[in-house]
Design a protein around this ligand. Structure first.
Ligand SMILES: *Cc1c(COP(=O)(O)O)cnc(C)c1O
Ligand code: SF4
Length: 450
């Protein structure tokens, strides 16, 4: 299958362009000034239900919607565009809107980027003891873009915010300095947009260092859902499968961290074929997704998605809380509703699918899971725990926040029982070398979705 990209400039080349209403076209054109828009022939022809496209989750996942900007912003931007405002002025307004959308939830740039002998390693993040994230330069884009993506600064012009690194050499040097790291998570964007040749160069560089500490390589990707032909009919598909096989044969656990938001993504012949071919190389596939209003905010949908995954040999891994960046007001749900959806879905599947963990917020101090809502001595509380902590000692200790029906994120919560702070806050401040946290801000950071 040949890959065709559709974006703002060639919207009218989409085979189903004629089905789009005037309002939809206007929304796409205006919102995509701010949030990146890119889709392709597989998503358009095989995933979207064009007969009901306006409410179709696959359509909403791929095409910018009016509600993704505040109505005031949408109106102002429409006016500027209609008035043919000069380019510089328009660009300035767009930049302002983007900065308002919290492109790098606090902490992402300052707190996780390590140094080595005084040099800043901008393509690496290291937050949790065992696992290092690596952002290969050529993997910082995707086969199509998700409208909820919080990595969008990587795709728009905010270049100084782009994490990237060319040299595997530095990755290896950093690993040698940090023998506690057993896992490398190669992420993006989507590393699977890279030609096999390039990905191979990175992986060979890492493998040939023969680091005894290295046990697992994970590759975060949305390619199964956005371009399964990556594993079937791209010119270098066989080379890619051989590369995966070679990593496994080396005794390294290779996991594809597949980003799957909706059961429909698992229904095409192409995706099934891709999954079978990947598994045949010995690679495990694990799945993760945020829970998103308009796309997958339904327990039955999650239960069916997890069952389908298990059936195809995919291991359910993470359910995330939609994070506080980008179009969060459009996609976000209350923590209570998020937990309820998780819980109802989790009850409907057998133990084999209950490998999934969540719902989890990737926040400043760590990955915080909502365990449940309970009542302690008459007070209604959220029970929380760290799945990952900036300090590993925090992991697995239950702690409590006052119940709040509206809260959508950890920084909306305050400690239960009238306590002044959560148990980890003093230490968290020490780790960040700051003397106060803005409110109870446990700000978000890093990369979680793909
Ligand atoms: C989620 C995440 C990881 C991986 O955590 P696991 O629990 O091992 O899946 C590693 N680093 C960062 C920064 C993360 O957000
Ligand atoms: S969510 Fe993942 S796959 Fe989707 S656009 Fe963002 S980085 Fe790419």
């Amino acid at each position: 299958m040949k890959y065709h990209v559709y974006a703002r400039h060639n919207l009218d080349k989409i085979p189903t362009y004629g089905k789009l209403s005037k309002e939809q076209i206007q929304s796409i054109k205006i919102v995509s000034e701010v949030l990146p828009f890119k889709t392709n022939n597989y998503v358009v022809n095989e995933l979207i239900d064009w007969d009901n496209y306006q409410t179709d989750p696959m359509y909403i996942l791929s095409f910018p919607q009016k509600g993704m900007l505040k109505s005031k912003q949408f109106r102002a931007l429409s006016e500027l565009v209609e008035k043919n405002t000069n380019k510089a002025e328009l660009a300035k307004y767009i930049e302002e809107l983007r900065l308002n959308l919290n492109p790098h939830p606090a902490g992402q740039l300052e707190h996780n980027v390590p140094t080595l002998k005084g040099e800043v390693l901008s393509g690496i993040q290291h937050k949790y003891r065992e696992t290092m994230l690596f952002f290969p330069t050529q993997g910082q884009t995707c086969h199509a873009y998700c409208t909820f993506c919080f990595r969008w600064p990587q795709f728009t012009g905010l270049n100084e915010l782009k994490f990237a690194m060319k040299q595997t050499k530095l990755v290896v040097a950093y690993l040698k300095e940090n023998p506690s790291i057993t896992d490398i998570l190669i992420t993006g964007g989507d590393p699977m947009v890279m030609k096999t040749e390039i990905l191979e160069r990175y992986i060979n560089g890492i493998l040939s260092a023969e680091l005894p500490q290295l046990k697992t390589i994970r590759i975060g990707t949305k390619s199964l859902s956005f371009w399964p032909y990556r594993y079937i009919s791209d010119p270098d598909s066989w080379d890619l499968l051989n590369l995966l096989r070679r990593v496994n044969e080396k005794g390294i656990h290779l996991a594809l961290m597949a980003h799957i938001n909706h059961p429909r993504e698992l229904e095409t012949d192409a995706v099934k074929e891709a999954i079978a071919r990947i598994r045949e190389t010995g690679t495990t596939i694990r799945s993760q997704s945020p829970i998103l209003r308009h796309i997958n905010d339904d327990p039955a949908l999650w239960a069916s998605m997890w069952k389908k995954q298990v059936n195809l040999g995919i291991i359910p891994y993470y359910m995330f809380v939609a994070r506080d960046t980008g179009a969060q007001s459009y996609f976000g749900l209350s923590l209570e509703r998020t937990h309820q959806i998780f819980h109802e879905a989790y009850q409907q599947i057998s133990g084999i699918g209950r490998t999934v963990r969540g719902p989890s917020m990737s926040a400043g101090p760590g990955k915080v899971r909502i365990v449940g809502i309970s009542e302690v001595k008459g007070e209604k509380v959220f029970v929380l725990e760290f799945l990952q902590g900036r300090n590993p000692d925090w992991v697995g200790q239950p702690f409590f926040a006052a119940y709040d029906a509206e809260a959508q994120w950890l920084d909306d919560l305050v400690p239960a029982f009238g306590e002044k702070e959560f148990f980890y806050e003093q230490e968290y401040m020490k780790l960040l070398k700051v003397d106060k946290l803005p409110g109870h801000v446990l700000s978000t950071d890093n990369k979680q979705y793909a």
